[in-house]
Design a protein around this ligand. Structure first.
Ligand SMILES: [Zn+2]
Ligand SMILES: [Zn+2]
Ligand SMILES: [Zn+2]
Length: 160
């Protein structure tokens, strides 16, 4: 078995999305729902190395396997260069289909995104459901604890 066949490709937006083939992986990242609200950077030495966090990108580029064979376009040791590193894509928090080239455009857009209201409504519903569940779970835990107390009492009672 060659090395490429055993390699696992991890989705840059959700580390639990693992794909066994590069082809599937590159397709997945164009559809992954977890892109929402993320800023994506790509490695300057190998564009298929994606990162959603600039400091992880910097760490990666310092030891990227392609570093020696590719030209350095961004000098990360210069904080100004590192700070103004352009992302390859910035995704709207409310709709993954809204993609921007830079963080400012995306922020401006999110203030008046047509999907914003829908998103807020859903988030609120979700929160309500969660709170309801929480009180239900608490009640169940309380009942269980009481039962255990009873049982515990029995166990601790001196045997005849
Ligand atoms: Zn994914
Ligand atoms: Zn790289
Ligand atoms: Zn949007």
């Amino acid at each position: 078995m060659s090395e490429t066949q055993t390699r696992i490709f991890i989705c840059p937006f959700n580390q639990y999305h693992k794909l066994m083939e590069y082809r599937k992986w590159s397709f997945h990242i164009t559809r992954c729902g977890d892109r929402k609200g993320k800023t994506v950077y790509s490695c300057q030495y190998q564009s298929s190395h994606y990162f959603t966090d600039i400091s992880t990108l910097m760490e990666h580029e310092a030891e990227c396997e392609f570093r020696k064979t590719q030209k350095t376009r961004f000098d990360n040791s210069d904080p100004e260069v590192a700070k103004s590193r352009p992302p390859i894509a910035v995704y709207c928090k409310y709709d993954v289909g809204h993609v921007f080239q830079n963080i400012d455009d995306c922020q401006d857009h999110m203030k008046e995104c047509p999907k914003r209201e829908e998103f807020m409504k859903k988030a609120e519903q979700c929160h309500r459901k969660f709170s309801e569940n929480k009180s239900w779970i608490k009640a169940a835990q309380q009942a269980k604890r009481e039962k255990e107390c009873e049982l515990g009492g029995n166990i601790n009672a001196p045997a005849s």
